[in-house]
Design a protein around this ligand. Structure first.
Ligand code: SF4
Ligand code: MSK
Length: 624
């Protein structure tokens, strides 16, 4: 196998890696090589920098120090480090949610006129959930009250937070008994930082329980608020056809890549790019049109709602620039490599940063504020269009690979496809046609051959009649591999294939971006409530075959805390503590009815998920 083939299974990525080499461009894979060997203590989670008596490290072989200067043991240090990862991940999701809620609030106050209420039915449903009257009131009045209620959730000091009550009562009871029914996500995150300060919480189990609580405040709080409010503002996704991979870039059009996470910006860019004035300008400069495409989760957001094609997942961001065809890489927050600054400097690409909280080296700064959203978006698009003239056709290398996909499976759209009730899915599960549901999500990670973990694990699951729901970079990997097309049902086992063919859906359902894993929680709650069981009783399992971000740590933790067994494909930095490792992979079962497993081989990981699903089926009396 060539080095590029070892790095990715995706032909478009392999071909762009060849171009990168030829042009002398460095990518994340090259930098990963230069980082070898990576710090063993860091990998084990055994390094502490929480005060300036340190940094302290614990010798994993028992030949060096057993305690930090303050007396912290390996168990304490590993648990504290993990809690800080959860806090950072939950903060990223919930701050994204806050931005959505803030834009929503400004819109209700008439201060963000570029935004409107696109899904009034969801607005009213959410208002009812929050006990806000909808009778004889305008949608603006209802929205104003809802915005206030949602904003108050972040700082809710005493709990509970509203959306946690979507979970089955059995789950809420488990959380309450374990003392992890969360308060507002801001409070939980602040408490993470307090607890991990020197000399505060020094009991690893106690620390980890707070990790569970914080993650629940993300999944059933921050992330769920983001998803729901974005649906009200931009519409709840319904099935739509799109395309994925670097081949969606166009040789004869202005290419704008939207990268990051928040649809508050990307929705406006999509609208601005349709402005006839911009299209005229593009044509005047010799382009046939304006081609907006996505990258990472911003790509998922606009793909789910508008069918905007996506150029790729996390590890393809640099490669998009190296195609030489991108007029602007527009970014907001999260998963954006700072390397893009140097890289775009070697091409004509403008690297446009927009978030008041995120700046990178080498950007053109065009800060985005809700009160003048569409105007800023137009200015950004204009900058991209004007840059078309600077493109050097000799340097354009767009790979031909792209693949059709069907996306847009919000929980509501899935229920709609089933005829409005979860009953047909429950029946298909009971009959064994569908063995269970696998939620496969998460990033790319240079430690794993790009897309290899994602694609192979998903294929193995559907082959075994496990319906897969997906988000994030896994969803993009599946789209590129053709697994999000109804025709992919051919790759599924007989039972799943029949169900998909009768409904005209793919065996892998794209449910959205990383915050939209909350859609998976909602679906799990709907199924469990319909069956009268807890989420942990469902024949379901989760996995993140190539995860890398701290957000993924929070996600994995709230999925497990919600009762879903979860397989991680890359090893989290916890192996330095046998106590923490044992708790995460075994002890949690008694507390919350689910655990983590770690399995880098995607086939073995799929088998672990299938075993779990089969055990749950047996416990439900489905397979005597
Ligand atoms: Fe060392 Fe303790 Fe300070 Fe951590 S908190 S750096 S273990 S002294
Ligand atoms: S973008 S968090 S690399 S899934 Fe959500 Fe992809 Fe992971 Fe970022």
């Amino acid at each position: 196998m060539t080095k590029n083939a070892e790095r990715s299974i995706d032909p478009a990525t392999q071909s762009m890696l060849r171009v990168a080499k030829k042009e002398g461009m460095e990518t994340a894979w090259d930098r990963f090589d230069k980082q070898q060997p990576q710090c063993g203590l860091g990998q084990l989670g055994l390094c502490c920098r929480n005060c300036n008596m340190g940094p302290c490290r614990i010798d994993p072989f028992g030949e060096g120090p057993e305690k930090g200067v303050c007396g912290a043991t390996a168990d304490i240090i590993v648990a504290r480090n993990l809690l800080r990862m959860i806090a950072a991940g939950a903060a990223a999701h919930s701050d994204h949610a806050r931005d959505a809620a803030h834009a929503f609030k400004l819109m209700t106050e008439g201060k963000a006129t570029s935004y409107q209420i696109k899904d009034e039915a969801k607005l009213n449903a959410l208002a009812t959930e929050y006990n806000i009257s909808t009778e004889d009131r305008t949608k603006e009045e209802v929205a104003l009250d809802l915005a206030g209620a949602v904003m108050a959730e972040f700082g809710n000091q005493d709990g509970p937070i509203r959306f946690t009550r979507r979970a089955p009562p059995q789950r809420v009871e488990i959380w309450t008994n374990a003392g992890i029914d969360p308060r507002g996500v801001d409070r939980e995150i602040v408490e993470c930082m307090h607890r991990t300060h020197i000399g505060v919480d020094n009991d690893p189990v106690h620390i980890l329980l707070h990790g569970l609580r914080t993650s629940i405040s993300d999944g059933w709080g921050g992330s769920m608020i983001a998803t729901e409010i974005q649906d009200v503002l931009f519409g709840t996704p319904t099935p739509v056809i799109s395309e994925a991979n670097l081949g969606v870039l166009k040789e004869d059009e202005v290419n704008i890549v939207m990268h990051g996470h928040e649809p508050i910006l990307s929705e406006m860019i999509v609208a601005a790019a349709e402005d006839p004035e911009m299209l005229d300008l593009a044509k005047k400069l010799g382009a046939k049109g304006i081609n907006v495409v996505g990258m990472c989760c911003t790509g998922n957001e606009i793909m789910m709602r508008h069918g905007v094609p996506t150029a790729g997942n996390f590890l393809q961001q640099e490669l998009a620039v190296i195609t030489g065809s991108v007029e602007a890489m527009i970014v907001d927050v999260q998963c954006i490599m700072p390397s893009l600054g140097d890289l775009t400097g070697c091409y004509h690409t403008k690297f446009i940063s927009t978030s008041p909280k995120a700046e990178f080296p080498g950007t053109v700064r065009m800060e985005f504020h809700e009160d003048e959203a569409l105007d800023t978006a137009k200015a950004i698009v204009k900058t991209a269009v004007e840059n078309y003239e600077n493109r050097n056709p000799q340097r354009v290398n767009i790979p031909s690979e792209k693949c059709n996909c069907m996306v847009g499976f919000s929980a509501e759209a899935i229920l709609e496809a089933l005829g409005g009730s979860p009953e047909p899915l429950v029946e298909a599960i009971k009959s064994g046609a569908i063995k269970g549901v696998g939620a496969v999500v998460g990033c790319n990670n240079v430690k794993i051959q790009h897309d290899y973990g994602h694609v192979n694990q998903v294929k193995e699951l559907i082959k075994n009649n496990v319906l897969v729901v997906t988000t994030g970079c896994n969803a993009i990997a599946c789209a590129k591999a053709g697994l999000l097309q109804p025709e992919a049902a051919k790759e599924a086992g007989e039972g799943l294939r029949a169900v998909c063919e009768s409904l005209g859906i793919p065996p892998v359902l794209h449910m959205g971006s990383c915050v939209d894993i909350s859609r998976i929680l909602v679906l799990a709650a709907v199924l469990a409530n319909h069956m009268g069981v807890d989420i942990s009783d469902l024949p379901a399992a989760g996995s993140a075959p190539e995860w890398m971000s701290e957000k993924a740590v929070s996600i994995g933790t709230y999925v497990v805390a919600s009762g879903i067994y979860t397989v991680l494909g890359t090893v989290p930095p916890v192996l330095g503590s046998s106590l923490v490792t044992e708790l995460l992979t075994d002890g949690l079962e008694d507390v919350i009815g689910a655990t983590f497993a770690v399995e880098p081989d995607p086939f073995k990981g799929a088998n672990l998920m299938i075993e779990r699903i089969e055990a749950k089926r047996k416990a439900l009396g489905l397979d005597p």
